[in-house]
Design a protein around this ligand. Structure first.
Ligand code: EPZ
Length: 431
């Protein structure tokens, strides 16, 4: 069993390079199915979710050539399957993008209902309603979504999203790329990865306008051509390291970010007394004094991201005074609270609200990564805590953070990846 072992209490100093955005990559890679020719995608993060998405694409028959550690070339001319089996789809939420991409390109898709981190109910009804509005016939049978276009293909239409959904907005965009006429998506999500997917499709010859606002217009085109595209930096990875510096103290240059994407996180940290200086594409984050309490409510972009809720909560655990955190997106995103309590945090959860009373210190303890972002929060807590923190279930963290151990060690953190036998006490160091 692999664990992260952290000797906490050391301030962080140096530079951290931010990788490409996970939630953009997992949509843009399936979107390669729409392209006639080869597309070269750069700035792909090396994380297990991306490995899985590439594996699904290859299972469908695509040729994937690794150019270097962050660049791949994808040629989908030999795709011969339109079904994504349960064994693959259950491992990753973003497998739902194969429904939109396969339906759009081949007029048919059979994709197992997706898996992913357990954050409570994660329905995909809005995705399916969107495909039906485009004229597709959609059925859920034996755990699979079966979607098929009518004889003349999909037709553009006006779609109002009942709820702001990142996945449904991107999936309907994929579905509408070749639909006849114009598709208008109203109450669309506005996250940076939505703009990134639209930019990718447009770079390959698509016609999408308004991404990043709540009305997106997709004008159907007859085909997409090959090209080169570079994925945006990961907003949440950058935000996680910002909270790591805030919690552990020190001064770190977070490199290769789009500062605008981080405004929602920067604003909260500034309010708490963390110093943040914008330097072009980099942010210098420093924390020397005490942090102050504040309230945080997660909301769709440009609000405070739910994917940063657990990491900022760790900072609030160490801030003076009492803070309130309200989760506005998912029904079950506080499972990490019990783990933080093991480290001495004072955090009480009641439904969607957590009340956090700041403590002077956290203390190291054995804890569990309950999901991807909860795991990242445990690392942030471990870096700030006195003593040793051992984190297990770290496969969650590896889904979304490229080389988190190496990046943190570079700024002076004492974090190691250690292999523990399941049945005995002794362990061996693996990096
Ligand atoms: C994406 O999930 C991200 N995942 C999540 O990141 C992120 O937490 C979430 O957006 C919100 O920002 C990927 O991009 C792969 P939604 P997604 O559809 O698209 C409800 C991480 O840690 N809803 O925006 O699945 C839903 O229940 C992950 O990187 C419906 O009711 O989220 C939720 O309350 C975790 N019906 C809300 O909308 C639907 O058909 C927003 O979900 C779809 C969603």
């Amino acid at each position: 069993m692999l664990k992260y072992v952290i000797q906490g209490g050391k301030p962080l100093h140096g530079e951290i390079n931010i990788s490409g955005a996970k939630n953009a990559a997992v949509a843009i890679i399936p979107a390669a199915l729409l392209v006639n020719g080869t597309c070269r995608i750069e700035n792909i993060p090396q994380i297990s979710d991306v490995t899985l998405i590439l594996e699904i694409l290859q299972e469908l028959g695509a040729r994937v050539r690794t150019v270097n550690r962050s660049t791949v070339e994808i040629d989908c001319s030999s795709v011969h399957r339109t079904n994504v089996p349960y064994e693959l789809a259950r491992q990753i939420r973003a497998s739902y993008y194969f429904i939109g991409a396969l339906l759009s390109r081949f007029g048919t898709a059979q994709v197992s209902m997706p898996g992913g981190c357990d954050l409570g109910a994660r329905p995909i009804d809005l995705h399916l309603k969107g495909f039906m509005a485009l004229g597709a016939n959609v059925e859920v049978k034996n755990g699979y979504v079966h979607a098929s276009a009518p004889e003349g293909g999909l037709t553009g239409t006006h779609i109002y999203m009942d709820q702001v959904s990142v996945g449904a907005t991107m999936n309907v965009m994929l579905g509408a790329v070749f639909a006849k006429g114009t598709t208008i998506i109203e109450n669309a999500a506005k996250e940076p990865h939505i703009v990134d997917l639209a930019n990718f499709i447009n770079a390959m010859g698509g016609n999408i306008m308004g991404a990043g606002t709540d009305i997106i217009k997709v004008r159907g085109v007859s085909s997409l051509h090959g090209g080169t595209y570079s994925i945006i930096p990961d907003q949440i990875e950058a935000g996680t390291y910002m909270t790591a510096v805030a919690a552990a103290g020190g001064s770190v240059l977070i490199k290769n970010v789009i500062p605008k994407h981080l405004d929602c996180i920067t604003a909260k940290l500034l309010e708490m007394g963390v110093q943040i200086e914008e330097q072009g594409d980099d942010l210098l984050v420093s924390r020397t004094g005490t942090m102050h309490h504040t309230n945080v409510k997660t909301m769709p972009y440009p609000g405070f991201p739910t994917d940063m809720q657990s990491q900022i909560a760790v900072c609030l655990c160490l801030a003076e005074g009492t803070s309130l955190v309200t989760e506005g997106i998912w029904e079950n995103r506080y499972r990490y609270a019990d783990e933080l309590k093991r480290m001495g945090a004072k955090i009480q959860v009641d439904g969607k609200v957590a009340v956090i009373e700041g403590v002077r210190k956290l203390t190291g303890a054995p804890v569990r990564a309950c999901d991807l972002r909860a795991g990242a929060a445990m690392i942030v807590a471990g870096l700030a805590a006195d003593g040793t923190t051992e984190i297990d279930h770290i496969h969650y963290v590896e889904r979304g953070y490229e080389d988190i151990v190496g990046k943190l060690r570079n700024v002076g953190a004492d974090i190691r990846l250690v292999e523990f036998p399941d049945d005995a006490g002794h362990h061996s160091n693996v990096g």
